[in-house]
Design a protein around this ligand. Structure first.
Ligand code: MN
Length: 339
């Protein structure tokens, strides 16, 4: 998926909160003090995705309070959308740099095409991981037989050592691992005795968890990781803190067990995202991740110049051509002060 904002801000991201790009910047946010609740609730904002009738998504990362959870640097949650009303998804070819995209669906189907030549059907419960590295472009269109589109698009920042790696695409269908009180599908990393075979560039966790009605789920986690629980459906509490749909409950490093409770009468479903706190500061603008304003300016120009850096998407049959880059901000923005 793409960030289709027409006036995207350049965002400097680091451990803790989000900064606008600029000189300097405050220190990373401190880990929650003992007297404060360990769980930070991150609320989403609605963003139009584009397409014929501008399907809307709920974006929780990045935001002022927090821009990264491990190397997870972007989280869009959408649906369930009646495609006959919203028009579904039609994201024309657009570029990425310095990141990986994770498409995870709960219902519906998306056709993914990229400049590696990949043509993939993204289906519920299956990981589709695209590595942009130095540069890639792709399109995403919901298929004609999709009636309800429901899922998440997540981005992972690549570390400095690998951010210019070659384009890649991986597909993996994780098994449903039964838990006491629910089910886990572990698409990246290790959880509940299951290891995803898909390699990551930094220590990372990505899993879908369903929690039975009235059940409490306890999962063992890496105490060196920070975690986010993105609520898709249900009345979920994380460590006793209530979360509603589209929110992320953030838990800092330092615990070896997370407790989820579903107080509702229907099954609850969440995405559990985790990773070692990402030690680098990144600059995100539009669909591009770099380390400096100049990185972004160069990548944007190369996309506009149809550079080999991004290639072409063969076979895209959407409503429009490739996505033009929005204008850059006129000036470098000043850093935001950490709340
Ligand atoms: Mn994309």
């Amino acid at each position: 998926m793409s960030n289709l904002e027409t006036r995207p801000a350049e965002v400097r991201c680091q451990r803790g909160g989000e900064l606008e790009a600029g000189e300097g910047g405050p220190t990373p946010a401190a880990v929650a003090a003992p007297e404060r609740p360990a769980v930070q609730v991150l609320t989403s904002r609605e963003v139009p995705l584009g397409g014929p009738r501008a399907m809307r998504v709920h974006r929780t990362l990045p935001q002022r309070q927090r821009s990264l959870i491990g190397a997870w640097c972007f989280a869009d949650h959408y649906g369930p959308d009646d495609v006959s009303v919203t028009g579904g998804m039609d994201v024309p070819p657009h570029p990425h740099t310095g990141l990986q995209t994770v498409s995870w669906l709960f219902s519906g189907e998306i056709e993914h095409r990229d400049s590696l030549g990949t043509v993939a059907r993204v289906r519920p419960g299956e990981l589709n991981l695209m590595t942009a590295g130095h540069g890639i472009c792709h399109s995403e269109v919901s298929t004609s037989d999709t009636t309800v589109l429901h899922g998440a698009q997540l981005w992972v920042a690549l570390p400095e050592s690998d951010r210019d790696t070659a384009r890649d695409f991986a597909h993996y269908e994780p098994p449903a691992v039964p838990l006491d009180g629910g089910v886990a599908r572990v698409f990246l990393g290790d959880l509940a005795g299951h290891s995803s075979p898909v390699p990551t560039f930094t220590p990372l966790l990505g899993a879908e968890l369903t929690v039975d009605p009235g059940a409490e789920l306890r999962v063992e986690v890496d105490p060196g990781f920070e975690h986010g629980v993105l609520v898709d459906t249900g009345a979920v509490t994380l460590e006793g803190v209530s979360l509603t749909r589209t929110q992320i409950g953030y838990h800092p490093p330092g615990t070896s067990r997370l407790q989820l409770r579903n107080a509702g009468a229907d099954p609850a479903r969440v995405l559990l995202l985790g990773g070692e706190p990402f030690p680098e500061q990144i600059i995100m603008w539009w669909n591009l991740v770099g380390r400096s304003h100049e990185d972004i300016v160069t990548a944007r120009r190369e996309w506009e110049d149809h550079s080999e850096r991004f290639g072409e998407v063969p076979g895209y049959v959407g409503h429009t051509g490739r996505l033009p880059a929005p204008p850059l901000p006129n000036a470098r923005l000043r850093p935001r002060v950490q709340p």
